[in-house]
Design a protein around this ligand. Structure first.
Ligand SMILES: [Zn+2]
Length: 460
C-alpha cells in the first residue's frame, strides 16, 4: 500500500484517536480512516499530530500585495473606507501576470500556514481601462493556474458588482474593473464551469454585497446560477461595517442580514462573510438558515470592523469558518487565536469556543472551522473520514512550543503558543505532500515571483 500512512495521533470528527491508518485512492479521496491500527510494511508512521486541513473560506488574493502598506494614519479618523481607497488604487494597475504571481505566492504561503483549500472572492474582472479582456475569463484563469501550480484546493467565486451604494447608485471610476451585467456574469460562469471541473475546483457565485448588487440583479443572478448548478456555493459580504448597516436601514428600513433573509433563498449553500453586525433576531434567523458565518478575525481587527458574537451564533446552532480575506495575516492558527481572544475580551471569560463534547478549545475550534469552511467551499474536505479528500496537516512535534507534550496540548500550543513561528511540519492535499519540513516544494520561486510583482506595482 503506497497511498497510506499511520498517524500516531489524529484529530477525527469525534476527537483525538491513536494509531490511525489513513489511506486514500488515486484521486486523493480517503478510503480508510482506522484508529488503533497496527504498523504495516510499506506504511510510514507520522509522529507529529495530524489535524484536518483548514479551508480558507474568504480570499481576495491580490490584496496580499498591499498587506502592511496601509498601516499609517491618513485621516484623523482612519477607517475601512480610507483603506479601501488605497486598495482601489492598487487594483487599478494589476495585470494578469502580476495577479497570477501574487496569487501563486499567496497560495504557497497559505499551504505552509495550514490552509489546504481557498475560496477566492474574485472581483477584478476587466482590463485596466475597464473594458473586458478579449477573453473575458483572463483574470479568473490566472487564479485557476495559480491554485493548480501551488496545489491548493479552489472554490472560485466570480463577484457580481453593479452599483456603488444602496438604491442603485451608479458605480464610480475606481470600480470600473469590477462592473458586470448579470448576463455577462452568467456567461462567465458558463465559460468557467468546465475549466474548474477539469482541475477539481468548485465554481460558485459571489454577489459582492447588498450595496453593490441591487435586488433585481441579485434575483436574476441567483436564478441563472440555479440553472448552471443548483448546489453551487453563494458568498456575500454582509454587515461588515456599521455604516453599511445604517445605509441599508436608510434604504430599506431593514438591517442587511434581515433584508437578505427576507428577500433571498438563504440556505446551507450560502456563506455570510463577516456578518459582524447582527441583532439578536438576526443571529437566530441567520443561524437557522443553515448558512455559514465567514469570519475573518485578523482582517476584521485590522479594519476596525467590530466583534462577531460567537456565543450567540453557537447558541443558535450556527456553522462558521475562517477566511484570511485581505491577508494581513496568512496563518490559520493565528486566526483561531484572535477569534477566541476577541471573545474573551468581549465576555471576560475564557475558552469561549470550547464545548461540552470538546473541552479543548483549540480542537473544538479546529473541528468547527474545518466543517464550516468545507460547507462554504462546497467540497468534500470537512473532516478526516471515509469519502472526504485526504487534506491534512502534520504538526511539528519537535517545535519548542510543542516538544514533549501530548497531542491535544500540542494543538493548543500550535494555536496559542507558537507565534510567530510555524509549528507545521507537513501539509498534504488530496493525498500529496505539498509542504515538507515546513516549506512548500516551490517556496523559493513562488516567493521571488510575488516580490517581483509587488515591486512592479509599487513602482510609480
Ligand atoms: Zn472580503
Amino acid at each position: 500500500m503506497t497511498n497510506a500512512l499511520l498517524a500516531t495521533d489524529a484529530l477525527l470528527p469525534s476527537g483525538w484517536a491513536k494509531n490511525v491508518l489513513l489511506a486514500w485512492d488515486e484521486a486523493g479521496q480517503l478510503t480508510q480512516v482506522q484508529p488503533d491500527a497496527q504498523p504495516a510494511a510499506g506504511v510510514p508512521t507520522v509522529r507529529g499530530p495530524v489535524i484536518p486541513g483548514m479551508p480558507n473560506l474568504h480570499s481576495h488574493a491580490f490584496q496580499r500585495a498591499i498587506a502592511g502598506l496601509t498601516e499609517f494614519r491618513g485621516e484623523a479618523q482612519d477607517s475601512f473606507w480610507s483603506w479601501r481607497t488605497l486598495m482601489y488604487r492598487f487594483a487599478a494597475r494589476l495585470d494578469p501576470a502580476q495577479l497570477e504571481a501574487i496569487a501563486f505566492g499567496l497560495y504557497v504561503e497559505m499551504l505552509e500556514a495550514g490552509y489546504t483549500a481557498v475560496c477566492e472572492f474574485h472581483y477584478v474582472h476587466h482590463d485596466i481601462d475597464g473594458r473586458p479582456y478579449a477573453d473575458d475569463a483572463t483574470l479568473a484563469l490566472a487564479l485557476l493556474r495559480a491554485a493548480q501550480r501551488a496545489g491548493i484546493g479552489l472554490t472560485l467565486l466570480p463577484v457580481l458588482y453593479q452599483t456603488s451604494g444602496f438604491g442603485g447608485l451608479p458605480p464610480h471610476e475606481g470600480q470600473r474593473r469590477f462592473i458586470r451585467t448579470t448576463d455577462s456574469m452568467l456567461g462567465l460562469l458558463e465559460r468557467l464551469k468546465p475549466l474548474c471541473a477539469a482541475q477539481g475546483a468548485r465554481l460558485g457565485l459571489a454577489p459582492h454585497s447588498l450595496r453593490a448588487v441591487p435586488p433585481e440583479g441579485l434575483r436574476e443572478a441567483l436564478a441563472g446560477l440555479q440553472a448552471i448548478d443548483a448546489t453551487a456555493p453563494i458568498h456575500i459580504h454582509i454587515a461588515e461595517q456599521t455604516k453599511e448597516v445604517d445605509d441599508c436601514v436608510a434604504w430599506s428600513g431593514q438591517r442587511p442580514v434581515a433584508w437578505l433573509l427576507d428577500h433571498a433563498p438563504v440556505d446551507a449553500r450560502w456563506c455570510l462573510v463577516h456578518a459582524t453586525h447582527m441583532d439578536a433576531d438576526e443571529y437566530r434567523r441567520a443561524a437557522a438558515s443553515g448558512a455559514v458565518a465567514g469570519l475573518c478575525p485578523t482582517t476584521e481587527a485590522n479594519l476596525g470592523d467590530g466583534i462577531f458574537d460567537l456565543p450567540a451564533w453557537r447558541a443558535a446552532g450556527g456553522a462558521w469558518g475562517l477566511g484570511s480575506d485581505s491577508h494581513i495575516c496568512v496563518n490559520a492558527a493565528e486566526e483561531l487565536m484572535l477569534l477566541e481572544y476577541s471573545q474573551r475580551l468581549a465576555t471576560r471569560t475564557r475558552n469561549v469556543a470550547a464545548s461540552e463534547t470538546q473541552p479543548q478549545v483549540a480542537a473544538a475550534m479546529t473541528l468547527a472551522a474545518v466543517h464550516g469552511g468545507a460547507q462554504a467551499a462546497g467540497r468534500a474536505i470537512g473532516r478526516l473520514a471515509h469519502g472526504q479528500q485526504a487534506d491534512f496537516v502534520v504538526l511539528d512535534a519537535a517545535h519548542p512550543a510543542l516538544a514533549g507534550l501530548g497531542a491535544p496540548e500540542m494543538l493548543s500550543s500550535h494555536v496559542f503558543a507558537s507565534h510567530r513561528t510555524s509549528a507545521i511540519d507537513a501539509v498534504w492535499v488530496a493525498g500529496r505532500a505539498r509542504v515538507q519540513a515546513g516549506r512548500h516544494l516551490l517556496h523559493d520561486s513562488a516567493t521571488a515571483g510575488f516580490v517581483a510583482a509587488r515591486s512592479e506595482l509599487l513602482t510609480p
